[in-house]
Structures are given as structure tokens and as C-alpha cells.
Ligand binder design. Sequence first.
Ligand code: MC0
Ligand code: CO
Length: 136
Amino acid sequence: MITALDHIAIAVPDFEKAIKRFMEDFGLTFDGTEDVVPARTSTAFFPLPPTSIELVHPLNGEGPIAGYLEKKGGGLHHLCFRSDNIEEDVERLKAKGYQFLADAPTPGAHGSKVIFIHPRSCDGVLIEINQPADEH
Ligand SMILES: C[C@@H](C(=O)O)C(=O)SCCNC(=O)CCNC(=O)[C@H](O)C(C)(C)COP(=O)(O)OP(=O)(O)OC[C@H]1O[C@@H](n2cnc3c(N)ncnc32)[C@H](O)[C@@H]1OP(=O)(O)O
Ligand SMILES: [Co+2]
């Protein structure tokens, strides 16, 4: 079951500059960065309860965010629904015809499990579903 809007992600071309903007200009709490190697993505989290802002940047200049920045230069990249049983939600949504970008969840930030639905399945919006580490 989907239980929360876990985060909204913004793809940024200049990681340090964007982190500074969200900390200093917008005054949000900075929860640190994490390089998520399986996702080929560097992340920075700003908790804003009950959700968070995630900045995403290519890890080592490669991966899905690199392609996105090349085409769009930056922008709203995805939103993430939190699930209390990701396998069950994936099965339910697959049965309804949603196209997933992987066969099974993979490691995400903060020890979560994550999987993505293709933007064409949801009116052009890239959707991530995650299950936090403490809910596995
Ligand atoms: C660490 C983790 C976490 O939070 O824990 C994360 O968030 S990792 C965050 C980074 N990881 C991911 O994004 C993984 C899932 N993403 C992917 O696999 C990819 O980025 C795809 C979404 C499949 C797009 O890759 P692809 O090579 O197909 O790119 P493409 O430029 O040819 O795009 C194909 C179509 O998708 C659209 N498209 C591409 N990226 C989009 C996005 N972020 N939001 C909405 N639409 C998007 C393009 O405009 C295009 O539409 P038209 O066909 O209409 O022209
Ligand atoms: Co995300």
C-alpha cells in the first residue's frame, strides 16, 4: 500500500550550487549527500516533513540523470511514493499494465528498496516507489 509522498526529486547540473541554494536561500535542513552506486546517482536530501526534497546529480558523469541533464538542463525529475510492501504494490500495478523500468526493486538512498515506473505509464511523470530500510 502506498502510504506517503516520500520525496520530490530535482535534477541539478551544479550539485554544490544547488545544495547551497536549498540550504542558504530556502533555509531547509540539509541531511547530507549519498552516492547511490546501483542508481548511478548522487543524492542530497532536505527533509521537509512529511516529505523531502531530493536533489539528484549524475554519479561520475554517467547514468539516467546525465541523459536527462543533457536533454533538459535540469528540472523536476520524479516523485516517489513510499510503500509498506513494495513487492505487493509492484505486482498489483504490473497487473494493471504499468510498465516498470526493472524486474525487481534495487537499492536506493538510505538503505531503501526502489523501483521506477516509466513516465509514459503516468501522463509523462516518472514515478519511483520506495520502501524504507526500517519497513523491509
Ligand atoms: C537513488 C534513488 C532514490 O531516491 O533512492 C533515485 O531517485 S535514483 C534517480 C535516478 N534513477 C532513475 O531515474 C531510474 C529510472 N529512469 C530511467 O530508467 C530513465 O531515466 C528513463 C525514465 C527510462 C528515461 O531514459 P531514456 O534513455 O529512455 O531517456 P529518453 O531521454 O530517451 O526519454 C524517453 C522518454 O521519457 C521521457 N523522460 C525521460 N526522463 C524523464 C523524467 N525524469 N520525467 C518525465 N519524462 C522523462 C523523455 O522525455 C522521453 O519522452 P518522449 O518519448 O515523449 O520523448
Ligand atoms: Co528518488
